[in-house]
Write a new protein. Structure first.
Length: 396
């Protein structure tokens, strides 16, 4: 086993239990280690601090498995860590009975680079770090033991793997996917999930509670859902009693899935739903020119800023889309605006939305600040894990 020695004064973040060791903090590697191997983190005086996974290709040179340097990182360790993550969800009252749930959320669950989402009998696994990739077999075995799932499908195809020097990987690693389309029941609405080709691991589970809030706010309102994907917000709005829901997305396959989702829910009135394939920015300008108005608008765009380096460009896009949204609201209308960009913090996002309201000539107030559902926790020592933020604003 190799030792990773930190530069003087660079042990502070580890002592504060931050799980990342950046390249600039590393003095030297003593011994040999292949990508993903476990190394012992030492301070400049040689004092052991933690056990971590070595990743020489990444700017994050090591990711901490355990802050106990005497811990053995082995199959038994992963069995305990995965079981603990699953048990935390089982004990949360807001997650009781959910058919779609995140079981492991990376660093926040002490398993950096490991994402696992459950959709009924299937667990979809995503491994994004060299350490997680090396321990694939142990992680899969631990998930099967902790959940009793029929299948584990790996979706390790995100671009971030390239930063770790890893090639994309996808396919079943345990069992087989069911032949029938996979569906989940979420807050009374049935939804189709595609673990093979769907976004992320098949669906956006992090917005579960925010979709429920949309339904609670939608009664009697004309709703506009932008970047609707497969219609999660739209169907909750219909279930909540919206008078009409216009849903816009640029993806024809996503809209086809959304239409199937509506058909899966015979208690929802299809006459109140309209699906539109279009560029959202252009569509909003056309709606404004046509004099259309809405009582509730949902803006859930894709990630405009994957890192802080893209924040300025992303700020312009967020400003534009929120300005268009505010201009389409009736007096007393509600804008639900989201950002999933890790490079745009909540303070900056609120400034952007406030600037958009000012430019639109409306007076707004924040009713709710929103984040991801509780199965997507944030590590106290690693606030970088907070990526999803949302504001519910009322105008007039």
């Amino acid at each position: 086993m190799a030792d990773l020695v930190l530069k003087p004064s660079k042990a502070r973040s580890v002592l504060r239990r931050h799980p990342w060791i950046f390249a600039g903090s590393v003095d030297r590697l003593e011994g040999r280690a292949r990508p993903g191997d476990t190394v012992t983190i030492l301070d400049a005086d040689g004092r052991p601090l933690a056990k971590a996974a070595w990743s020489p290709a990444s700017q994050i040179r090591a990711r901490v498995w355990s802050f106990d340097p005497a811990e053995s990182i082995d199959h038994a360790w992963f069995k305990r860590a995965v079981a603990a993550a699953v048990a935390r969800r089982a004990g949360h009252p807001h997650l009781a009975g959910q058919e779609g749930m995140r079981l492991i959320h990376g660093e926040a669950d002490g398993l950096p680079g490991v994402i696992a989402d459950r959709y009924g009998p299937v667990v979809v696994l995503q491994l994004t770090s060299a350490g997680a990739d090396k321990w694939r077999e142990a992680i899969v075995a631990a998930l099967v033991l902790a959940t009793g799932c029929a299948a584990v499908y790996e979706r390790s195809d995100s671009e971030v793997r390239g930063l770790e020097g890893l090639a994309p990987v996808a396919g079943c690693v345990h069992g087989a996917l069911p032949e029938a389309p996979l569906t989940i029941l979420e807050n009374g609405v049935r939804l189709e999930v595609d673990p093979v080709a769907g976004h992320k691991t098949g669906f956006y589970l992090d917005q579960r509670d925010n979709r429920r809030l949309t339904g609670e706010l939608a009664a009697g309102r004309a709703v506009l859902n932008c970047f609707c994907y497969t219609g999660g917000f739209s169907l909750q709005a219909l279930a909540g009693g919206a008078s009409s829901v216009l849903s816009i997305d640029s993806s024809a396959p996503a809209l086809a899935t959304a239409a199937r989702n509506l058909a899966l829910n015979p208690h929802l009135d299809p006459a109140r739903a309209q699906w539109q394939e279009d560029d959202v920015f252009q569509a909003l300008r056309t709606l404004k020119a046509d004099g259309r108005r809405f009582d509730l608008i949902v803006l859930d765009p894709p990630k405009f800023a994957p890192s802080a380096a893209h924040a300025d460009r992303a700020a312009r896009a967020y400003k534009d889309i929120n300005l268009l949204g505010f201009r389409l609201l009736n007096p007393g209308g509600i804008l639900m605006s989201y950002s999933c960009s890790g490079g745009v913090g909540l303070e900056l996002f609120q400034k952007i939305v406030a600037g958009a309201a000012c430019d639109a000539g409306v007076e707004g107030r924040i009713l709710h600040r929103l984040s991801a559902a509780p199965d997507h926790p944030i590590g106290l020592a690693a606030p970088e894990g907070e990526y999803l933020k949302g504001l519910v604003c009322q105008v007039g």
